[in-house]
Design a protein around this ligand. Structure first.
Ligand code: NAP
Length: 256
């Protein structure tokens, strides 16, 4: 029997870090799959394939044809379709699956959060009076801002929002985390922001905006995660490595 093959569904820094940790080992082969959303994806330490599979059944075929022994869903916590597909595909292909998910941020004393179910709900909750909004949820979903054009929007994304939004009062900033507290405070003050719309993505790289909001007393419309993955969840790269070692341990391979 050859070395176990692992398919990692990526698009997050955790996926890259896990791939990095597995790349130096000689006991498994890893392929990293990216959706192909970003124009200039970060360099990756293992072979990469790019683009959708064509749904859960096609992903299951991909796993079977490629003789993968493990599927790791290390996609973003808000990438819900691919995570649902991953769980179905692993079951169809009869292979184990693990989801690597950073824990959600927890409300701290001083946080002024209003939890909402979606970006659209967050925008509706802004109310009728004009506000100065930092839309920090990336370019996907930014078009919802058009439903409440009375507000000013500062929209930050890795790639440009195209087409530009039909809004009179909008600024775009292109940037990729990690962000520092100092820079986030400067940005919020510069644009006189009084409310932030953020996804509860978790992790340290983009947490500074939440800390900055707390420090400056700014309200946050926090978009909550819809559902937990339907497979075993680990929260850190280290925990994923332990789970992989367990799955591929000699005893497990013998079915003990
Ligand atoms: P999504 O709605 O769950 O996925 C839409 C479709 O994109 C999937 O059905 C799948 O197409 C394809 N896809 C997604 N991730 C893939 C992957 N790693 N490899 C191959 N195909 C993939 O996801 P999304 O919200 O558009 O996010 C796309 C990617 O960006 C994800 O990989 C995610 O990790 C990353 N990302 C998302 C966010 C966010 O806030 N949503 C933030 C940062 C990074 P098929 O059905 O054709 O297979």
């Amino acid at each position: 029997m050859g070395r176990p093959r692992i398919l990692i569904l990526g698009g997050t820094s955790e996926a890259r870090l896990l791939a990095e940790a597995l790349a130096v080992r000689d006991d498994c082969d890893v392929l990293l799959s990216l959706a192909g959303r970003t124009e200039k994806p970060a360099a990756q330490p293992v072979p990469v394939r790019i683009g959708g599979f064509g749904g859960a059944a096609a992903l299951a075929d991909f796993l079977e044809i490629g003789e993968y022994g493990l599927l790791i869903d290390a996609t973003h916590p808000f990438a819900e379709r691919i995570s649902a597909n991953a769980a179905i595909a692993a079951e169809t292909a009869s292979i184990p699956a693990i989801a690597l998910r950073r824990p959600e941020w927890q409300r701290q004393p001083g946080d002024r959060w209003q939890e909402v179910k979606s970006i659209l709900a967050a925008i509706a909750a802004l109310g009728p009076s004009p506000r100065r909004v930092f839309l920090a949820t990336g370019r996907q979903g930014a078009h919802h801002a058009e439903s409440a054009p009375q507000h000013y929007y500062l929209i930050r994304s890795v790639d440009p929002v195209e087409p530009r939004l039909v809004l009179a009062n909008v600024d775009y900033v292109l940037d990729r985390g990690p962000f520092t507290l100092e820079r986030e405070c400067t940005l919020l003050k510069q644009h006189h922001i009084d409310v932030i719309i953020a996804k509860n993505s978790g992790g340290a790289a983009i947490y500074a905006k939440i800390e900055a909001a707390r420090l400056l007393g700014i309200e946050v419309m926090m978009v909550v995660r819809a559902s937990a993955p339907a497979v075993t969840v680990v929260e850190t790269v280290e925990a994923a490595l332990v789970a992989i070692d367990h799955l591929f341990s000699p005893a497990m391979k013998r079915g003990v």
